[in-house]
Design a protein around this ligand. Structure first.
Ligand SMILES: [Zn+2]
Length: 422
């Protein structure tokens, strides 16, 4: 397949020829030996690598499955995902890994499987499996029963460093939550409860511990500019979610419990500061923390509703709309969604449109914005916290040379996805 006259992220107009699973050539006046996709006036980008999704299988297939989650990814221009370990059973040992690996074979897009750490964790067993990263590691009982203390964290860092595996951290210190907020029952109480200080302190401590152990860590879903700055100054990498880039506490009156997630939405001032840091190069990547729940589950009190929002299908459309409006360059967009992710998570064949790389490609009409509608999305949960906002959706998504999505239709590509580490 040949993409002709496509505008790349850096503005160059080029032909891109795909042969088998890889990009064969990037140039001008290239000869086609198969279908030609006229990409004149279109942007051709490397597919997004979403380093943080919860596709819910095994254990919670009523919320999402590998098939629905990966369709949602493909329709949004995401060509690889890293799945988090808090499934049932959790991905913390060889059996848990094997069960998830067998389900993930349904994926349309490429994937990595992360391994988790608990207090009674067996490092050797898990680290012998081809996990994508260790984490997200929950520090100090921050979320559910997967939280670990500082000693266990240090031990995990040592084992992961020996195995050459990056550790990703969910940094919130539950001892810094504001208990007085529990007397309130509006959605904003969740943000008041899980304070910014709880994240900032936890990031600081995690970076200190990593530094002491000579380990590299990656801070998941950083929601505060202070936390992002600490991570950067410590030489660590961090990610920001689309909800922390595009939503703030000001949206909670409308979102209600559908805006509950961990870490929670922050002030409009902090949201703006996160977007600025992303544009300026002070935050490394965007990852969605795609965490679907059914409407019925979310329709509860703020203290009972589960935390998490979907995002894998809308992240690139939202960012492309910012690029359309000139608020972020296409080059920066490419870096934070693909190139930097490939660098941080050691995927040398992905993330860039270069000869020899995997043909993971997305074609978009850069001016074709439309309102995001939960009803039109492919995630099993069928709602979005970005309802009504403009998004620029891909026309075509290719994963390793196979078109998996085109003009609203999925190719018969269930199972096309491969484990990026296997
Ligand atoms: Zn998390």
């Amino acid at each position: 397949m040949l993409f002709s006259n496509a505008t790349l992220a850096d503005g160059r107009v080029r032909d891109v020829r795909v042969d088998g699973e890889t990009i064969a050539e990037v140039g001008t006046g290239l000869e086609a030996d198969g279908e030609v996709v006229d990409a004149e006036g279109k942007r051709l980008l490397p597919g997004m690598i979403d380093a943080h999704v919860h596709f819910r299988q095994p254990g919670y297939s009523h919320k999402e499955t590998w098939e629905t989650g990966s369709k949602s990814a493909a329709a949004g221009g995401v060509t690889a995902v890293f799945d988090q370990p808090n499934t049932d059973p959790p991905t913390i040992d060889a059996d848990g890994y094997a069960e998830k690996a067998s389900l993930a074979t349904a994926s349309l897009v490429d994937y990595g499987i992360n391994g988790g750490v608990t207090e009674n964790w067996s490092p050797t067993e898990l680290l012998e499996e081809p996990i994508a990263a260790l984490g997200e590691v929950f520090l100090a009982d921050s979320t559910g029963d997967m939280g670990i203390g500082r000693e266990r964290f240090a031990e995990a860092l040592d084992h992961a460093t020996d195995a050459g595996v990056l550790v990703t951290v969910h940094a919130e210190d539950a001892t810094r939550f504001d208990e007085s907020a529990t007397e309130r029952d509006n959605a904003d109480a969740w943000s008041a409860y899980r304070t910014a200080a709880a994240e900032i302190d936890a990031i600081e401590r995690a970076c200190e511990t990593a530094d002491e152990h000579g380990a590299d860590i990656h801070i998941a879903h950083t929601s505060t500019p202070e936390g992002a700055d600490i991570a950067r100054e410590a030489g660590m990498t961090c990610e920001v979610t689309p909800h922390h880039l595009f939503l703030s506490r000001d949206d909670l009156e409308e979102l209600g419990t559908f805006g509950r997630m961990n870490p929670p939405l922050r002030s409009e001032t902090r949201r703006e500061a996160m977007f600025e840091r992303l544009v300026d190069g002070d935050i490394d990547i965007v990852a969605t923390d795609h965490a679907p729940h059914t409407r019925a589950e979310k329709d509860a009190s703020i203290w009972d509703a589960p935390s998490g929002v979907p995002g894998v299908e809308t992240v690139l459309p939202l960012l492309l709309d910012e690029a359309r409006k000139g608020r972020i360059s296409y080059e920066r967009l490419r870096d934070v969604t693909a190139a930097n992710v490939a660098d941080i998570f050691d995927l040398p064949d992905k993330g860039r449109i270069e000869a020899g790389n995997d043909a993971d490609l997305v074609v978009v009409d850069p001016d074709d914005a439309e309102p995001i509608r939960g009803d039109n999305l492919n995630s099993k949960c069928e709602w979005t916290p970005f309802e009504g906002r403009d998004g620029v959706f891909p026309e075509l998504t290719m994963v390793r040379g196979t078109v998996v999505y085109r003009d609203g239709e999925f190719a018969d590509a269930v199972g096309h996805g491969q484990n990026v580490r296997a």
